[in-house]
Design a protein around this ligand. Structure first.
Ligand code: SAM
Length: 284
């Protein structure tokens, strides 16, 4: 009888024991809030969908609560990037039983180009450190076609922004550039008490896949520029907030009333602004 990845992972000591043995007192500066309930982390991995044949990147594996079900999954390989050397040491036991499928790297995810580390299909599954979650996401959105999916845990308020629709309070720059690049699905919400130590707010998981009908003539950088200008002064009329990008002339070309405000515009309207933005005023 062959021993499955799942059985191997289930033979490991409890996460609390790993934390105690390696003295992993949570560091606030690294956004450390650990998940110790393996049923929960299994649900997060299930939300990622089919990982068969994928190289899965996990950012911030910590003591390995999410890494364990990833090793038990059908992923081809797991590359776990962790900034805290104490956690890297704590993951050695898991790496030893993973049959060469788990590569734990001590590094700062903010300075890594994940797409250079492995060929496709690639996926990311991570409970992100709250202090760098948004900049990491924006970097991955720029390269979204290189990924099969991103399954990411953020503060619930961030996920609200990612999936928000025009006219709502949560709708903003992050909503538009995320929905320009991805199909978004809110997968699950976890109360603060699910974490050790508990953060101040609830968390949620979002599942992002590359958007299939993304218009080929609109660039991500132009969308970033248009949304930065429009939402930089979200209460102002667009004729004023978009002045540096062409103001009324741009709005007329894009067929948008200059008296409207950023929070009312649909994704298609932002795409039109990016499409008609003159080279030199907007990046490609
Ligand atoms: N995945 C673990 C879990 O769910 O229990 C830990 C999640 S904890 C919210 C975030 C993890 O990211 C911590 O282990 C922290 O050390 C790590 N981290 C923080 N900043 C990082 C960075 N810039 N690059 C890589 N890892 C980072």
């Amino acid at each position: 009888m062959t021993v499955s990845n799942k059985q191997i992972v289930e033979s490991l000591p409890p996460l609390r024991e790993v934390i105690a043995r390696h003295g992993l007192a949570a560091k606030k500066t690294l956004g450390q809030h650990f998940l110790l309930d393996l049923n929960l982390t299994q649900r997060i991995v299930a939300a990622a969908g089919d990982l068969e044949g994928c190289t899965v990147f996990e950012i911030g594996p910590g003591p390995g609560g999410l890494t364990r079900p990833l090793v038990a999954s059908r992923a081809k390989a797991i590359i776990a990037v962790e900034k805290d050397p104490r956690c890297v040491a704590a993951l050695a036991e898991l790496a030893a039983v993973a049959g060469g499928r788990l590569d734990v790297r001590e590094d700062d995810a903010l300075r890594l180009d994940l797409t250079a580390l492995a060929s496709g299909p690639r996926a990311i599954v991570a409970n992100l450190p709250y202090n760098v979650g948004t900049p990491l996401l924006i970097g991955w959105l720029r390269q979204m076609p290189a990924f099969k999916s991103l399954t990411l845990m953020f503060q619930a308020e961030v996920v609200d922004r990612l999936v928000a629709q025009p006219g709502s309070k949560a709708y903003g720059r992050l909503s538009v550039i995320t929905q320009f690049s991805c199909a978004t699905k809110r997968a699950l919400t976890l109360p603060a008490r699910a974490f050790t130590p508990p953060p101040n707010v609830d968390s949620a998981v979002v599942h992002l896949t590359p958007r299939l009908n993304r218009p080929a003539d609109v660039g991500f950088a132009a969308m970033e520029a248009v949304t930065a200008a429009a939402f930089g002064q979200r209460r102002k009329m667009l004729r004023s907030s978009l002045k540096p990008l062409g103001g009324e002339a741009l709005l007329t070309k894009a067929g948008i009333d200059p008296q409207r405000r950023a929070e009312e515009l649909s994704l298609a309207e932002f795409e039109n602004l990016a499409r008609f933005c003159e080279p030199g005023q907007c990046p490609d």
